[in-house]
Design a protein around this ligand. Structure first.
Ligand code: C2E
Ligand code: CA
Ligand code: CA
Ligand code: CA
Length: 279
């Protein structure tokens, strides 16, 4: 068996074969799911340094008839590979705008923002800016309440087009956030050229920020960088009071994580907004 060598694995990898057909099955099921309206948006609160809720992040879930509630990690990559991220992503965006419109009519919720994750595939679509504009106009929301979370992978290439498109989104009045910051490889010089409002520290750095000196150093550097560029900085995945306090000490503006609340169905969130800490 040794004689076959390593390369044999490249010619036939049964695991890879299995995952290709599994992805095809998921893709077909996703198509059905979109048609049958099996997706739901959950909302995770974001709080400021005083602990007040400033907004939420929209996180999609798939309410599968047999599998139950499926997490995005199990279908977003397939949605991206199949192009279905375009209709799915637009549906999430439209749903978020409708929710913002509903909140705008009540004094206690009128100030809240909703952050929506935008995959590179959506952002690159030639009509993306028009589709965002149409959703804002149709729902009549104040555009700055809509926050688009873009990922660092956008910065890997085609910088000029990316900067131009982000500029068009800023002209619409939406808020722009750079998600999962620190995971990728965006250079500081390109960061300076982007019309951003916010950086988000990935939960991969936040999880061990108290025990791993590397994670603490990275978090500290990201916050200092954000401050020097006049960007807001949000930490995600905050699970303990100690981590929240340390990040606040470093200068973090906003926090999101299980310490405050997980992603919640809209009914639960509405109850939570009325009474954030029931006792
Ligand atoms: P993300 O944008 O980094 O979102 C944060 C993830 O961390 C969410 O996972 C959230 O539920 C989870 N999280 C929040 N607080 C904590 C915490 O204290 N501890 C831990 N361990 N986790 C926490 P979720 O909802 O499973 O989403 C995973 C990813 O799927 C998201 O990561 C995002 O990249 C993607 N995603 C979710 N919804 C959408 C969407 O509508 N469109 C696109 N393109 N991607 C989406
Ligand atoms: Ca996000
Ligand atoms: Ca993240
Ligand atoms: Ca670590």
């Amino acid at each position: 068996a040794k004689g076959l060598g390593r390369n044999t694995l490249c010619y036939f990898d049964p695991d890879m074969q299995a995952s290709v057909s599994a992805n095809a099955a998921v893709g077909a099921a996703l198509r059905v799911g979109l048609r049958e309206k099996q997706f739901v948006v959950h909302y995770q609160p974001q709080v400021d340094r005083q602990g007040a809720i400033t907004g939420v992040e929209a996180l999609v879930r798939w309410q599968h008839p047999e599998k139950g509630l499926v997490k995005p990690a199990d279908f977003i990559p397939v949605a991206e590979d199949t192009g279905l991220i375009l209709p799915l992503g637009m549906w999430v965006l439209e749903t978020a705008c409708e929710q913002l419109a509903a909140w705008a009519s009540r004094e206690q919720t009128a100030h809240l923002s909703i952050a929506v994750n935008v995959s590179v595939y959506q952002f690159r679509h030639p009509n993306f800016v028009d589709m965002v504009m149409a959703a804002i106009q149709r729902t009549g929301i104040r555009p700055h309440r809509l926050k688009l979370e873009l990922t660092e992978s956008l910065l890997a290439d085609r910088m000029e087009i990316t900067i131009q498109k982000m500029g068009m989104l800023k002209e619409l009045g939406v808020t722009l956030s750079l998600d999962d910051f620190g995971v990728g490889y965006s250079s500081l010089s390109c960061l300076k050229r982007l019309p951003l409002d916010q950086l988000k520290i990935d939960k991969g750095f936040v999880a061990d920020v108290l025990t791993d000196p590397n994670d603490a150093a990275i978090s500290r550097a990201i916050i200092a960088l954000a401050q020097s560029l006049s960007l807001q900085v949000v930490a995600e995945g905050v699970e303990t009071q100690e981590a929240r306090d340390f990040l606040a000490y470093l200068g973090c503006d906003q926090f999101q994580g299980h310490l405050f609340a997980p992603a919640l169905p809209i009914e639960t969130l509405d109850a939570f907004l009325r009474n954030p800490s029931p006792d």
